[in-house]
Design a protein around this ligand. Structure first.
Ligand code: F6P
Length: 559
């Protein structure tokens, strides 16, 4: 089914109705919305796939929500969701489907790409992953000296790094003693150097994770790893036993010297930032075991089912995506904060940065016409409570409205005395403080009550007043475990898709990264003193190249 191109978003009656409604919210602060309706919280709470979304602290009325879901329907969102799951070629510039949902589908119901059912290959890869991880974790697959593998180093970047890293850290409580999992991404030599310095080549397994197997940073690090291994007693024969690859380009992996039975497939119909569920999740599976990896898939699938079946009014990814649009287009919000009140989720904002910003950082619609509005927000955040002592000042008293997603497991894996109650108190307090604020009159009265002189209280009141009326979502779960983590990451994948569908942009390509890569390839020879391609460089780049070469000393190859 080819979905017709909708009219420009800002030309639609549903957009106009929503924007015409916007001024009504100026006279309805969140304080008042809660005072008017004691049932606001239970009415604006939604469960799905082990997650609970409390969206009551959003600057919306029932009418707002109705206008948002009307916009979603007018943009064909339910039909586009169906098209996504059915493998329509929604990645229109690369003429590909985006079937990360098939990776966690778990049933053998056929999903076809070019007429071929892809599910046998998905199941086969999961079975191969299981055999491989069991062999490594049991010690059956040994290193060159006959010892079990103690450490796995995953070499990859972007989607071949951030998803597995985030999930491995998130599931720390489920990790086994062996193998320990390490991640190398950056081509800053310090990254791989710091990782390898404490490892033993005889008991280290490398995973080269790269869908294209052409990413410069990853190949450079893989070569260093290979040389480190050979310098540490390895041989061309034993390299085979210490290197595996996950890639859509098996030929290049074999050229690198990785044996065919240690190469796991990826497919063009899975985007890098959506590939955690594929063999790119191998380091995670090695760290926590295949059963836990399958539980992750189960959780993501439960969120898929919810996303595919629930009407917009009861649909968690749709509501979160629509609320994000509301703040962007109705309130001028330029960013979205994601603040997990959980140490193990501290990398989640980084993963969501790539997921959302590389998907929706676009400026033209599917048909190439320029958008007439902002698209993807800046995604940022970090673990609570740490942010309270870093950037929450801006959230509370800054001039910008920054919508916040708080994430909070209700039980901790490590019930250190009283800590989880304190963590939870802080999370709930931040959401309440953002909503409630404190007026100048209230802060003045509080200072007077503390005995402050009137003139001092009047002087300080404007500085201490907190505007409040700032929106947040609160996502909770009983505990952070493989299934709830899978549901959480799938939730954000679908939230990203919802916004792209409303904007009618392609969330599955990333042409914007190509120019930088190309220029990098032109500059590198000049930095090394090799004859450059005679390119005409701007004075700043040429000047910096000269400074770099001077800093390396007279020899031309360093650096
Ligand atoms: O940043 C561009 C990009 O292609 C990402 O989309 C991708 O996740 C990353 O580079 C790594 O690509 P590969 O897995 O092909 O090495």
């Amino acid at each position: 089914m080819t979905i017709p191109y909708p009219p420009p978003l800002t030309d639609t009656p549903e957009w106009s109705a929503l924007m015409n409604h916007r001024p009504q919210l100026d006279g309805l602060p969140l304080r008042e919305l809660f005072e008017r309706d004691p049932q606001r919280y239970p009415r604006m709470t939604l469960q799905a796939a082990g997650l609970t979304l409390d969206y009551s602290r959003n600057r919306v009325t029932d009418q707002t929500l109705g206008l948002l879901t009307a916009l979603a329907r007018a943009r064909g969102l339910p039909e586009r969701v169906e098209a996504l799951f059915r493998g329509e070629r929604l990645n229109t510039t690369e003429d590909r489907p985006a079937l990360h949902t098939a990776l966690r589908q778990h049933t053998d119901e056929p999903v076809r790409v070019d007429g071929d059912d892809i599910m046998p290959a998905v199941s086969d890869t999961l079975a191969r992953m299981e055999t491989f991880t069991n062999a490594v974790r049991s010690g059956e697959r040994k290193g060159m000296g006959g010892e079990p593998i103690t450490d796995v180093v995953s070499i990859g970047i972007g989607g071949s790094y951030l998803g597995p890293l985030t999930a491995t850290e998130a599931l720390t409580p489920f990790q086994s003693e062996r193998p320990r999992c390490h991640y190398v991404a950056n081509v800053d030599g310090s990254d791989i150097w710091e990782t390898l310095r404490s490892l033993n080549p005889a008991t280290t397994l490398f995973l080269v994770q790269s869908k294209s197997f052409t990413t410069q940073e990853t190949l450079a690090n893989a070569r260093v790893a290979r040389q480190w291994f050979l310098n540490g007693g390895g041989t061309e024969a034993t390299v085979q036993h210490h290197f595996a690859a996950v890639t859509a380009n098996a030929d290049r992996a074999r050229e690198f010297g990785i044996a065919g039975d240690s190469i796991f497939p990826m497919w063009d119909w899975v985007g890098g930032r959506y590939s955690l569920w594929s063999a790119i999740g191998l380091p995670l599976a090695l760290a926590v075991g295949m059963p836990r990896f399958r539980e992750l898939l189960v959780g993501a699938h439960a969120m898929d089912q919810h996303f595919r079946k629930a009407p917009p009014e009861q649909n968690m990814p749709m509501l979160m995506g629509l609320l994000g649009l509301w703040y962007m287009h109705g309130f001028g919000a330029e960013s979205q904060a994601v603040i997990p009140y959980d140490h193990y989720l501290r990398h989640l904002p980084e993963h969501l940065q790539q997921l959302d910003m590389e998907s929706n950082g676009k400026r033209v619609c599917h048909d190439g016409s320029p958008v007439s509005h902002h698209t993807g927000p800046v995604i940022w955040g970090g673990p609570g409570v740490n942010g309270q002592h870093a950037y929450h000042q801006l959230l509370h008293q800054g001039t910008r409205l920054v919508p916040v997603d708080f994430i909070l497991p209700l039980t901790s894996h490590n019930p250190v005395y009283g800590h989880h109650a304190m963590l939870t108190a802080n999370c709930l307090a931040q959401a309440r403080a953002l909503m409630l604020g404190r007026t100048e009159q209230e802060v003045y009265a509080a200072m007077i009550a503390e005995g402050m002189a009137d003139d001092e209280a009047r002087r300080l009141a404007p500085h201490r007043a907190i505007p409040g009326n700032r929106p947040s979502n609160l996502l909770t779960m009983e505990q952070l475990e493989p299934a709830t983590l899978g549901a959480l990451i799938a939730l954000y994948e679908h939230r990203t898709f919802v916004q792209a569908a409303i904007w009618h942009i392609n969330p599955f390509d990333q042409w914007g990264v190509e120019l930088g890569k190309e220029i990098g390839g032109q500059i590198l020879p000049a930095l090394k003193g090799e004859p450059d391609a005679g390119m005409a460089l701007d004075s700043a780049t040429a000047g910096q190249i000269a400074r770099f070469r001077a800093a390396q000393g007279s020899d031309s190859g360093a650096g």
